[in-house]
Ligand binder design. Structure first.
Ligand SMILES: N[C@@H](CCC[C@H](N)C(=O)O)C(=O)O
Length: 289
C-alpha cells in the first residue's frame, strides 16, 4: 500500500537539501533511496539529505540523547554517509524552528561529528559551534588537469584539502573530483576547496564535495578554509589569545567564520526553508525495485 511521505526543501548559501522528518526513525532510507530523492531530474533534487530523527530513536545517536533531542542523519547526494555538514546543521535547526519543535535561541543538535551547539538569531542568521579543526601533518597536493597546488589538510570532523590558487577558474569545470597525492592520503575520500584572496581576512572559495560534486557552498569547507588561511597569514588564536574572523564568499553567498582562542570555531550564515510537500512511497519503491 502506498503512503504519502512528508518532505521539505531548504538551503544554506545555496547548498541545498531534501529534508525528511522522521522523528521515530520509521523510514528505510538506504543509499539508493537517498540518491533517488536527491536526483535533480528524476527526484526532488538536492546536494544532500537531512533525515530528521529523535536521537533516542537512532542507534548512532542514542548516546547523545541526553544532550540533544534531535539527530541530523546527514547523507550526501550519492547516498553516502558523512560525519558532518555545516550548512546542513543550520538548515536542520531552521526546520526544527519551522516545525515548532524549537524557538529562536540556543539548541543542541546531535551529529555523527558529535553534539553541535546552534544559535538561531532574531535577525534570521544561524550560528553553529563547529568544534575544533584538526590539522594533520603531511604534505598533500591536489590537481586538476595540468595544474597542481600544495594543499592544507584540515579535518572538521570530515576531511578537507584546502588549496590556495591564483584564480578560481583554474579549478576548471569540477565535473570530476580533483586528484590528490599521495594517493592514499584520504582513504575515505575528501572535500577539496580552492581559495583566492578577496581582501584583508576575506577570501572566496569553490568546493568539490565528496559524495555530491561541486556545490554552491560547504560550511565545513568554509571553516577549513578560514583555519588554513589564518595559519597561512600567521594567525593562531590559541597562541595569541586573539580570535580570528574571516569572511568566506562561496558561489551561493557568504559565511562568517571565527576561530576562538580555545580553538572552537563558530560559523554564521543563512538557513532557508523553501517548500514543503509529500511524495508517494510507491514512486520510491518503484525506483528501488
Ligand atoms: N556541504 C556540507 C558538507 C557535506 C559532507 C561532505 N560532502 C562530506 O562528505 O564530508 C557542509 O556544508 O559542510
Amino acid at each position: 500500500m502506498s503512503t504519502r511521505i512528508a518532505f521539505l526543501k531548504g538551503h544554506g548559501t545555496e547548498n541545498d537539501f531534501v529534508i525528511v522528518p522522521d522523528p521515530e526513525n520509521a523510514l528505510d532510507l538506504p543509499p539508493a533511496a537517498v540518491a533517488a530523492l536527491c536526483d535533480r531530474r528524476a527526484g526532488l533534487g538536492g546536494d544532500g539529505l537531512l533525515h530528521v530523527v529523535r536521537s533516542a530513536a537512532h542507534p548512532e545517536a542514542r548516546g547523545m540523547a541526553a544532550e540533544a533531542e534531535w539527530f541530523m542523519d546527514y547523507r550526501n547526494g550519492d547516498g553516502s554517509v558523512a560525519e558532518m555538514c555545516g550548512n546542513g546543521v543550520r538548515v536542520f535547526a531552521r526546520y526544527l524552528q519551522h516545525a515548532g519543535h524549537v524557538t529562536e535561541g540556543d539548541l543542541a543538535v546531535a551529529t555523527r561529528g558529535g553534539v553541535k551547539t546552534v544559535h538561531i538569531a532574531k535577525n534570521g542568521d544561524v550560528t553553529v559551534g563547529m568544534g575544533r579543526a584538526l590539522l594533520p601533518a603531511g604534505d598533500v597536493e591536489v590537481s586538476v588537469g595540468e595544474r597542481e597546488w600544495p594543499a592544507r589538510n584540515v579535518n572538521m570532523g570530515n576531511p578537507h584539502a584546502v588549496a590556495f590558487v591564483a584564480d578560481l577558474a583554474h579549478a576548471g569545470d569540477l565535473y570530476a573530483p580533483p586528484s590528490h597525492a599521495p594517493a592514499g592520503a584520504y582513504p575515505d575520500g575528501v572535500n577539496v576547496e580552492f581559495v583566492v584572496d578577496r581582501g584583508p581576512r576575506h577570501v572566496a572559495m569553490r568546493v568539490h564535495e565528496r559524495g555530491s560534486g561541486e556545490t554552491r557552498s560547504c560550511g565545513t569547507g568554509a571553516c577549513a578554509v578560514a583555519v588554513a588561511t589564518a595559519r597561512r597569514d600567521g594567525l593562531d588564536p590559541a597562541a595569541t589569545g586573539i580570535p580570528a574572523t574571516y569572511t568566506v564568499d562561496v558561489p551561493g553567498g557568504t559565511l562568517v567564520i571565527t576561530e576562538r582562542p580555545d580553538g572552537e570555531i563558530e560559523m554564521t550564515g543563512p538557513a532557508v526553508i523553501v517548500a514543503e510537500g509529500e511524495f508517494d512511497s510507491a514512486w520510491l519503491e518503484g525506483v528501488l525495485a
